[in-house]
Design a protein around this ligand. Structure first.
Ligand SMILES: Nc1ncnc2c1ncn2[C@@H]1O[C@H](COP(=O)(O)OP(=O)(O)O)[C@@H](O)[C@H]1O
Ligand SMILES: [Mg+2]
Length: 507
């Protein structure tokens, strides 16, 4: 076998109490495409950063092209030896041109004093030609799409003599179509002898592109596997260490004599949704699906008072109520987990505990407006334990948590007011399969505790896995209901969503 381009041996790294990597080794051969996979927080980014010199490992050895750098390699040395890391932020200059972004680092690297514009453009053009890419080299970078920027970052890597390009979750920011183009580029580079390490937690992508798969779990390496020996179930098992069987959730409100918590009658809002009759019983998980733009989010927002309806009725515990703002909704025990969690979810620069209690802080005030610290601690402790947020301390910044754990803090925050009806809009968008399964468990646990849950999702599989009943919306109307999800096939729901089937109340 050819000498590896890169070998990391027994790398360990901890951040203030968090063991991000423990004794991890990995080797990359010339010309291979390797995927580095693991659930959020498993240490993928940390491993790459130690390779690129952005993070110094506590122990271990990095060997590039046969040369050992001990436990820490200087970023310039890594580049000189042909290792190029493309981090998620791409590290490009938005106000420089495509040509400058591609060529500048290489020229600086060669210690050129004067930028030769003609040569700079030529280098950029040649590199883009080599990749069969048609991007105007004079275009300012901030006019480029995300996908084009990735190509610029790859081109920049090539001008600096990359033998190995490592990309950290490049596909999370681009569309499916751009993903296939990116993969085409990856294959092209590969054919030219450039090795790639590709970080992802999306299984279908892994199978599309990888020769070899390295799996991390909780900062440790599980193993290296030829891609053709794996399938989705095996890989999910390796990532999580458990068989994530989905547990169907059946609940028949009538048979159980469940309380009707929330009801709408002919609820309408001009140009958004009309004649919506919706019932949510305590103890059930109702799925609400449909195409983007079918009115699901608008309806949910109106139940939370953020987008009040203009016709029809909302009843809580059988009594008509007016919900004209979130304060009303909260008073009636309705909580809402928004779709856009970066905008409305967490305060990144505050502690985990503060993020959990923010929704109930008014309730925790004594006279003079001071917060009762004992009560406050009671609240965050309870929710961090119930949702099993994995952290050494609730006083850590929320930004130190992995994505899946941040998502649990968001849930904790909206659960702290102890809602009776909980509406979740896209609760697992962007989280890996393992965190997703855990969030599904939490949702079902909430229902078992008597809460009425409404889950909005694009994904029929998610609806099938987490809900007991499902509704489909089309153009602002509820057009189908699946009362017992155990007795239907997901494809029937998909057909209604895609309007291949006449809409009617089914099952
Ligand atoms: N700068 C940091 N400070 C503290 N903890 C960190 C830092 N960066 C990462 N971590 C922690 O290290 C672990 C691994 O994180 P990371 O390498 O980003 O995982 P991945 O890329 O697989 O999602 C996580 O628990 C994360 O919270
Ligand atoms: Mg990462």
């Amino acid at each position: 076998m050819a000498e590896p381009i890169l070998e990391v041996r027994n790398i360990s790294k901890s951040y203030a109490g968090v063991q991000a990597l423990r004794d991890v080794s990995m080797s990359v051969a010339p010309g291979e495409v390797r995927c580095l996979v693991g659930e959020n927080g498993s240490g993928k980014s940390t491993l790459i950063k130690t390779i690129g010199g952005a993070v110094v490992a506590d122990a271990g050895e990095i060997v590039i092209g046969g040369t050992s750098f001990g436990s820490s390699v200087h970023p310039v040395e890594a580049i000189r030896h042909g290792i190029q890391i493309i981090y998620q932020d791409l590290s490009l200059f938005p106000n420089l041109s495509v040509a400058e972004n591609i060529s500048l680092n290489g020229m600086i690297e060669q210690s050129r004093r004067l930028a030769n514009w003609k040569e700079m453009r030529r280098i950029a053009q040649d590199t883009l030609d080599q990749l069969d890419e048609n991007i105007d080299v004079d275009m300012p970078l901030d006019h480029c799409s995300m996908a084009q920027r990735q190509i610029v970052a790859i081109s920049r890597a090539l001008t600096q003599g990359a033998k190995l390009i490592i990309m950290d979750e490049p596909t999370s920011a681009i569309t499916a179509e751009d993903v296939s183009r990116l993969f085409k580029t990856v294959r092209q580079l590969n054919a030219q002898g450039v090795a790639m390490v590709f970080v992802s937690h999306k299984l279908d992508e892994v199978f599309e592109i990888a020769d070899t798969v390295t799996v991390l779990r909780d900062g440790q390496k599980v193993g290296d596997y030829p891609a053709q020996e794996l399938d989705e179930d095996k890989l999910t098992f390796l990532m999580s260490g458990q068989n994530l069987e989905f547990k169907p959730f059946t609940f028949d409100p009538e048979a159980e004599g469940a309380p009707l918590l929330l009801e709408t009658r002919a609820l309408s809002l001009r140009d958004q949704f009309s004649d919506v009759d919706l019932k949510i019983y305590g103890g059930e998980v109702v799925g609400l699906t449909g195409l983007v733009g079918s009115g699901r989010t608008e309806l949910a927002l109106s139940l939370f008072g953020l987008n009040p309806a203009d016709h029809g009725e909302i009843l809580v515990d059988g009594k008509p109520v007016k919900i004209t703002g979130p304060q009303d909704a909260k008073r009636y025990g309705i909580s809402y987990l928004p779709e856009d969690r970066h905008g409305q979810g967490l305060f990144e620069d505050q502690t985990i505990a503060d993020n959990v209690v923010v929704t109930v802080i008014d309730r925790l005030r004594e006279f003079l407006g001071l917060v009762d610290n004992r009560k406050r601690e009671g609240v965050w402790r309870q929710w961090i334990e119930r949702l099993r947020v994995k952290t050494p301390s609730a006083q850590n910044m929320v930004s130190t948590l992995s994505g899946g754990n941040q998502q649990r803090v968001v849930l904790a925050k909206w659960l702290a007011p102890e809602p009776r009806v909980f509406i979740l809009d896209g609760p697992t968008i962007g989280v890996d399969v393992v965190s997703k399964a855990r969030i599904h468990d939490v949702v079902q646990e909430l229902a078992r505790s008597g809460i009425g849950v409404l889950v909005i999702s694009d994904e029929v599989t998610e609806i099938m896995q987490v809900c007991s009943r499902a509704l489909v919306m089309q153009e602002g109307r509820i057009v189908a209901e699946f009362k017992d999800l155990q007795s239907v096939d997901g494809s029937e729901i998909s057909k209604v969503i895609a309007r291949e089937e006449n809409a009617e109340v089914v099952s």
